[in-house]
Design a protein around this ligand. Structure first.
Ligand code: FEO
Ligand code: CA
Ligand code: CA
Length: 664
């Protein structure tokens, strides 16, 4: 989600502490020293420094051979669609985009059909949840490369109550709380979390199997184990769980990842939204809570459930903000919060496995001025023994990134006792370093980024793509080489190049792929990119199995200012003479953001997730001018377009008409 979205505007001052008050030197300091303040302020150097020449990087073999771009041919041959905004979705000509599963569709035995006038928490817990974000595909049978039968693993990030429930009126932030009864809050809690659902492609068309024994719902009440170094720590103990090892639920699961051993990583992002009340200024955890923006009072769950009230149960907040690992092949397996990967607003978690089996997980903290991280597991991946990999993410070293103006990345370890991470500085043990990872990153002097969203490893080339979505609060004196624009409404995509292919090394190199926005506002794409080809506010990424990159956007309520188009999917060249050439492939209905995207192993299906249709910035659309959506009168009733049926977040399956590889 983009916390500039309508739900969060009222809470902005509290929630988005904006958020990093430390005096960590920005790279502008380094640049100023080398090139003088005037050029830095004018932004002239940043582009040049982010240029492509990085001599020590050896392109991976796969990038040198085989790829179309390296031969001078375009990687994408589809006809792009136009920027625009309307009530429905659009895909490039020659493709079919069919709704596969929608909020409220029954997926567990005995679940009733969706009836928006008869919602209960019990029925919602048996139906597909709200606001589908991350989408993963786990082939069936497990271990196969099946591309026509598998388990769809989907995050349900949050809820938009004003278009879910009748009678609430338009969303006005806190004004809605009075009408948000315990009953409605419990439905919201059941609509959060995730879904596993079996899907099949028959005669070219995908359907889901409501009767599959693999189907599962995880909600804000599902029991989840805490594992890794912080499990059982005093900061995680509550009245409801004196062990500090058993949490109820996962929250605000945004993007995620899949592991080579066939598990799903689901990332808890804006978890501060769910906490209620006000922590006393002299509370021992006051500094950490402020750094994490807790409580944000966006949802009123704390009015009805004590554990979300920080006055009654402050430690409950420490039990959210983690990467959760789920085995989709075992519906009875307890999901695990992997504390070794740190606690912050995880957007995503993507793995690279080295030739020697070293597992590296990249993950970012989606807040203005927050950090990029990677985790290096201690034990190696074992391709022959799945069970040996199941707790790999419990042991290892977490690092935070410091981006150099000269194109290097230094990875700084978050290890208790190392450098400033000592008891005297508020880090008495490794668990505290991980629970307060943001504070540890501050102490180490990490680079303050423009909201790190998805990070994707291109498994063909070994290069890593980091999305920085936007940061309208960056001031001219705060720009640096990797965050080169002040009042950045448009974002950028950064490429990290592991030196000699070693993801685990403490140094990498980086260069800019593109800067978002139109050329008029400093957007930088390949010169042949059309007026429909550039994008703003990149959010999610997918590298397909041919090694090509696809970008999903989330402009929030700022879409009119950022680009004038609804969000969507763009394909972007990353190699050869067309590097940075981008084309629009898919567009969402008004008020939605684009999530997913996910390819089947044969690249013949692209799953995309349409999140919160009819909500963000609909007042700016000429078809709904000046209005806000309600259950009774939404800006669009996508995808059902039936009177009385509200808009429904849905996963869409895109295939080529008659079959074929997407994009070619
Ligand atoms: Fe949930 Fe950072 O988007
Ligand atoms: Ca988003
Ligand atoms: Ca996102």
């Amino acid at each position: 989600m983009d916390t500039r979205g309508s739900k969060f505007l009222a809470a902005d001052a509290l929630e988005d502490i904006g958020s990093n008050p430390t005096g960590n030197p920005t790279l502008a300091d380094v640049l100023e020293e080398r090139f003088g303040r005037r050029d830095v302020m004018r932004g002239l150097l940043a582009g040049a420094l982010a240029g492509p020449a990085l001599l020590s990087v050896r392109p991976a073999e796969a990038a040198e051979k085989g790829m179309a771009a390296a031969e001078g041919k375009p990687a994408f041959t589809f006809t792009e669609i136009a920027h625009g905004v309307d009530a429905t979705h659009h895909v490039a000509p020659g493709y079919d985009a069919r709704v596969l599963i929608r909020w409220g569709d029954p997926i567990l035995p005995g679940a009733p059909a969706f009836d928006p006038m008869k919602q209960t928490a019990a029925t919602q817990a048996q139906q597909f949840g709200y606001n589908n974000d991350f989408v993963g595909f786990a082939p069936l049978p497990r271990g196969s490369k099946s591309a026509d039968r598998g388990l769809l693993c989907v995050n349900h990030e949050y809820t938009d109550e004003e278009v879910m429930f009748p009678g609430l009126g338009g969303e006005q932030g806190k004004a809605n709380f009075a009408k948000m009864t315990r009953e409605l809050v419990d439905i919201e809690m059941a609509a959060h979390g995730g879904s596993v659902v079996e899907i099949r492609k028959v005669k070219g068309v995908w359907t889901y199997d409501a009767k599959s024994p693999f189907n599962r719902r995880i909600t804000a009440e599902t029991e989840i184990a805490v594992s890794g170094p912080a499990a059982g720590h005093a900061l995680l103990k509550t009245a409801g769980d004196p062990t500090g090892r058993r949490v109820r639920g996962m929250l605000n699961n945004c993007s995620g990842g899949v592991t080579p051993w066939g598990t799903w990583l689901s990332c808890e992002e804006n978890v501060n939204s769910y906490f209620w009340g006000k922590l006393a200024d002299d509370h021992p955890q006051a500094k950490a809570f402020k750094r994490y923006g807790i409580p944000a009072n966006v949802f009123n769950w704390g009015q009805h459930h004590d554990r979300f009230d920080v006055n009654k149960e402050p430690n409950e907040a420490n039990r959210f903000g983690w990467v959760v690992e789920i085995d989709p092949y075992d519906p009875n397996a307890t999901p695990k919060k992997r504390t070794a990967l740190g606690r912050f607003k995880h957007e995503a978690c993507t793995l690279a496995v080295g030739k020697d089996g070293t597992v590296v997980a990249y993950t970012g903290d989606d807040e203005r001025f927050d950090y990029v991280y990677k985790f290096v597991a201690k034990k190696k991946f074992n391709a022959k023994n799945r069970a040996a990999n199941m707790d790999l993410l419990d042991e290892g070293t977490l690092y935070v990134a410091k981006f150099g103006a000269n194109g290097t990345v230094d990875w700084l370890p978050l290890v208790h006792g190392h450098g400033p991470l000592t008891a005297e500085n508020g880090f008495p043990d490794q668990a505290t370093v991980l629970v307060h990872a943001r504070l540890a990153g501050d102490a180490l002097g990490a680079t303050k980024m423009d909201r790190p969203e998805d990070i994707e490893v291109n498994q063909k080339t070994g290069r890593v793509y980091v999305v920085l979505t936007n940061n309208d609060k960056r001031k001219p004196e705060q720009i640096d080489a990797v965050n080169p624009r002040a009042a950045n409404e448009w974002g950028q995509i950064v490429e990290i190049l592991p030196i000699d292919g070693d993801h685990a090394a403490m140094k990498s190199e980086w260069r800019m792929l593109v800067r978002g926005g139109s050329p008029a506002v400093g957007g930088q794409f390949h010169a042949e990119t059309t007026d429909n080809g550039w994008f703003a506010c990149p959010d999610n990424l997918a590298a397909d199995n041919h090694g090509r990159l696809w970008v999903a956007t989330d402009q929030g309520t700022a879409w009119a200012k950022a680009s004038g188009t609804a969000d969507g999917i763009w394909a972007i060249e990353t190699d050869g003479p067309r590097r940075g050439l981008s084309k629009m492939f898919f567009r969402v209905p008004v008020g939605a953001e684009m999530c997913g995207p996910c390819f089947t192993p044969d690249d013949r299906t692209l799953f995309v997730a349409v999140q919160h249709p009819a909500t963000d910035g609909v007042d700016l659309w000429e078809g709904f001018k000046g209005k806000v959506s309600t259950f009774e009168d939404p800006a669009t009733r996508w995808p059902d377009f039936k009177d009385g049926t509200p808009p429904r977040p849905s996963v869409v399956a895109i295939t080529k008409t008659g079959g074929g590889v997407i994009g070619s």
